[in-house]
Design a protein around this ligand. Structure first.
Ligand SMILES: Cc1cc2nc3c(=O)[nH]c(=O)nc-3n(C[C@H](O)[C@H](O)[C@H](O)COP(=O)(O)O)c2cc1C
Length: 166
């Protein structure tokens, strides 16, 4: 979390079910305080600090991960899933992609923008969180913030090539 009104900059976790919360608490560094931020969302404060450089480095040194409001890594319950139901390997990535698409839409709806980040260093993400094995695995990154237009790129309206378009 870099620049979000009402939230201290730092490292946060948002476990998507209660079962994952206990597993994550057991698998991560003891330094994390796991303070619930709000009753509306299972968002937990872990560690305060300026994580901009860390976020940038973890996402292949891309400034979009540090110059945003916040960026995130999606962490899946991995080894048990793969050992018991190997066919779910692809599904884990699909699930991350689905969450990413929701983030793209919700960011836009909130008046900001998002960008999926497929280039990241998973081992370094694991080191930051304290993971010792592949119980959890980082599978996708995402960043949300105010956009900078890249004027080197040409942007056309969606479906602009169809009749009636520009
Ligand atoms: C799975 C996935 C991974 C991506 N990884 C990166 C990335 O590492 N760095 C980056 O700048 N953009 C990344 N993007 C964003 C794309 O480069 C592109 O900006 C985005 O899909 C919007 O494209 P559009 O404006 O042509 O629709 C990724 C997008 C997706 C869907």
């Amino acid at each position: 979390m870099h620049r979000v009104e009402g939230l201290e900059p730092g490292l946060y976790a948002l476990p998507r079910d209660l079962d994952a919360l206990a597993k994550l608490q057991a698998a991560t560094l003891v330094d994390f305080d796991w303070q619930k931020v709000t009753d509306q969302l299972p968002l937990y404060h872990l560690y305060s600090g300026d994580f901009r450089l860390t976020a940038k480095n973890l996402s292949c040194h891309q400034p979009s991960a540090s110059d945003s409001a916040f960026s995130l890594g999606m962490v899946a319950e991995f080894s048990e899933t793969i050992d018991t139901t190997p066919w779910q390997y692809r599904r884990l990535f699909w699930e991350c992609g689905l969450i990413g698409q929701v983030l793209y839409l919700e960011a836009e709806a909130a008046g900001v923008r998002g960008t999926g980040i497929g280039c990241y260093f998973d081992d370094s993400v694991h080191e930051l969180l304290g993971f010792k094995d592949e119980q959890f695995q980082s599978l996708y990154h995402f960043t949300v913030g105010k956009p900078l237009e890249d004027n080197r790129l040409e942007t056309l309206p969606a479906y602009g090539h169809l009749d009636g378009g520009v």
